[in-house]
Write a protein that binds this ligand. Sequence first.
Ligand code: NDP
Length: 234
Amino acid sequence: MPRTVLVTGGNRGIGLAIAQRFAKQGDRVAVTHRGSDVPAGLYGVRCDITDPAQVDAAFDQIEAELGPVEVLVANAGITADTLLLRMSEEQFSSVLETNLAGSWRCAKRAAKKMLRARWGRMIFISSVAGLSGNPGQTNYAASKAGLVGLARSITRELGSRNITANVVAPGMIETDMTAELPQARRDQLLGEIPGGRFAQVDEVAAAVGFLASDEAGYITGAVLPVDGGLGMGH
Ligand code: NDP
């Protein structure tokens, strides 16, 4: 059955691959963007997820055009890496505000209609860094670990209403975000990944697609790593 799907930050990178996967299977797919073009076949809605009013307006617009959001993929995220002693209040709070509070805000807004429909899927895009930590990413890792507590609390609150909330924790994926890594760090990471390579965005999209499916209805509060074994044991 076609669903209405919202992928935050679905205009590029991992989010775009996720959005295109849903679109290919016939779903009605909305993506947020902050002024960029949106590829054909996706419904673009302008929204900065740090602004509650914009989130509310984006959902109103999607509901009017595509119907209530049945699958939420909270994917939008940023980094502002630096070591703990050098990290500013702004670097910490901006990352938490986008990655964690922005996801919470979208989940809260989506939950209203999911509760009414007694069906919903929420998938939060975390990171291996949120599970095992990473030097230079105290802000980012804290925000991504927070998504696990968020998803699991939603599971406990809404699980009986046929709403699932899961976390996907990608490792190293080929995107703009990882293209910024210095070569030495890239080589070091490659040595630590049992799979011996970075992943393609479609490999994350496949995991998200599965968690959103009817077949995954009994999987909730789970953390699914897509990391080539990088974070094993966490
Ligand atoms: P990109 O940097 O390629 O894209 C980030 C996306 O988030 C963009 O669409 C961007 O929109 C959007 N975004 C950022 N801030 C906001 C905001 N305030 N409001 C709305 N949208 C916003 O990231 P990736 O595709 O690499 O990553 C996607 C997710 O996966 C992130 O949550 C990231 O933390 C996570 N992840 C990525 C990994 C990787 O290896 N790449 C590994 C593990 C996790 P805009 O185009 O307007 O800037």
